[in-house]
Design a protein around this ligand. Structure first.
Ligand SMILES: O=C(O)C1=C[C@@H](OP(=O)(O)O)[C@@H](O)[C@H](O)C1
Ligand SMILES: C=C(OP(=O)(O)O)C(=O)O
Length: 403
């Protein structure tokens, strides 16, 4: 197996990190673009494999949409292919075929789509046989499994002949991603109403516009963590906005407790060190992709913290709770499950001279453990796994030089 070795480096010079563009924004804008009559001007699309896969599939329109391991690409293209009345097979990696999609398929069938499971009920691969007449414009949908089903339905809603009223049932996770979807739709001229748990989108057209994708806040989180764990350093993260569409911009608030000060200007955010105020607990319901970053940071910084809202982590690129537990244990930290889905992060008291991190086909496992290099030599297995969201990650790590 390929590995990358990160030598210990606890103090570093000021480093300017260009950051990749957001794959979440890119994948939404690509679907919206495909549904817009007329030309949009879209710039800064992500280099992420998830986005490049989406671009390739939309451009070449093969009979089989193999999305690899991209969740948004699978969910958004399933809704898109159905509503544009295509015959399509939707598939992906083995892991993708273990990630549930039944809630979205049920909703699309209720609307009038014809979709069959090719293997296991509720999971890809799927055979889509298009869409005849819209059967209803009211759908009730659970919000506690993945917000991506809701985003997928919302983006096709304006082009449904009768529009769509979505009633969100139960706890809604990753709400910030639903807000991102609606805000992006609004930037392309679509109006909606959102009243408590009811979102209504009338039939209407997306309006051609110009849009520049922001840098990726989830990818930015690893740099906040690096500075939090280092003894000395300064970073500039390019292309981030204080007023972001991305919920993972919450990392600013979290890291303010963990010793990182953020100052925004027109080109990005400057990070400097400040004293650690401490963190007692955090709820990751609406920013699940930050959980690994924050768990590793707290484990290194000696912070005992209660983590909640981790339920969706079990059905992502890997079971991220199990993966975290196994890898944190390698430097004597723990993530202990307690009552009512609350986990306690017990920090490390003794970090070995070298730690080898297994990455479980999960880009965020590789990137989240990088900051451990501030304390010891780290070997990361399968480093190319970062290509899913941040192909230039290791190149950027190379920009960080010992002081
Ligand atoms: O809509 C999106 O762009 C995403 C939503 C989240 O997924 P869930 O809604 O499944 O939590 C997040 O974890 C994923 O990385 C990207
Ligand atoms: C969960 C993620 O992506 P997706 O669900 O789109 O595969 C992620 O990028 O952390």
């Amino acid at each position: 197996m390929n590995t990358i070795t990160l030598s210990q480096l606890s103090k570093f010079n000021f480093t300017d990190i260009p950051l990749p563009s957001s794959k979440s924004e890119s994948n939404r804008v690509l679907i919206i673009d495909a549904l817009t009559e007329g030309e949009n001007q879209i710039s800064n699309l992500a280099e992420a494999r998830d986005t490049q896969t989406m671009i390739r599939l939309l451009e070449t329109n093969p009979p089989v949409f193999d999305v690899l391991d991209a969740g948004t690409t699978m969910r958004f293209l399933t809704a898109f292919a159905t509503i544009t009345n295509q015959n399509k097979i939707m598939t992906g990696t083995d892991r993708m075929c273990e990630r549930p999609i039944g809630i979205l398929v049920d909703a699309l069938r209720e609307l009038g789509g014809e979709i069959h499971y090719m293997n296991k009920e509720g999971y890809p691969p799927l055979a889509i046989h298009g869409f005849s007449n819209q059967k209803t414009n009211k759908i009730r949908i659970r919000g506690d499994v993945s917000s991506q089903y809701i985003s997928a339905l919302l983006m096709i809603a304006p082009i449904l002949p009768e529009g769509l009223e979505l009633e969100l049932e139960g706890k809604v996770g990753s709400r910030t991603y639903i807000e991102m979807t609606l805000e992006l739709m609004a930037q392309f001229g679509v109006t909606f109403t959102w009243d408590e748990n009811r979102i209504h989108v009338a039939p209407q057209k997306y309006q051609p516009t110009s849009f520049a994708v922001e840098s990726d806040w989830s990818g930015a989180s690893y740099w906040f963590s690096l500075l939090a764990c280092a003894e000395e350093g300064e970073l500039f993260l390019r292309g981030l906005k204080q007023d972001s569409l991305q919920g993972d911009s919450k990392i600013v608030e979290i890291m303010d407790h963990l010793g990182v000060r953020s100052e925004f200007n027109d080109s990005g955010v400057k990070l400097t060190k400040q004293s650690v105020k401490g963190l007692k607990s955090w709820d990751f319901t609406h920013c699940p992709d930050l959980a690994q970053t924050v768990a590793v940071t707290c484990a290194i910084l000696g912070q005992k913290v209660e983590f909640s809202g981790l339920e969706s982590l079990r059905i992502k690129e890997t079971d991220r709770i199990l993966a975290l537990q196994q890898e944190l244990a390698k430097f004597n930290a723990q993530l202990v499950e307690g009552k009512d889905e609350v986990f306690t992060l017990i920090p490390s008291v003794d970090i070995p001279n070298e730690v080898k991190i297994h990455t479980y086909d999960d880009h965020r496992m590789a990137m989240a453990f990088m900051p451990l290099m501030t304390k010891t030599q780290v070997i990361i297995e399968d480093p190319e796994v970062v290509n899913k969201s941040y192909p230039s990650f290791w190149k950027h790590v190379g920009f960080v030089k010992e002081l």
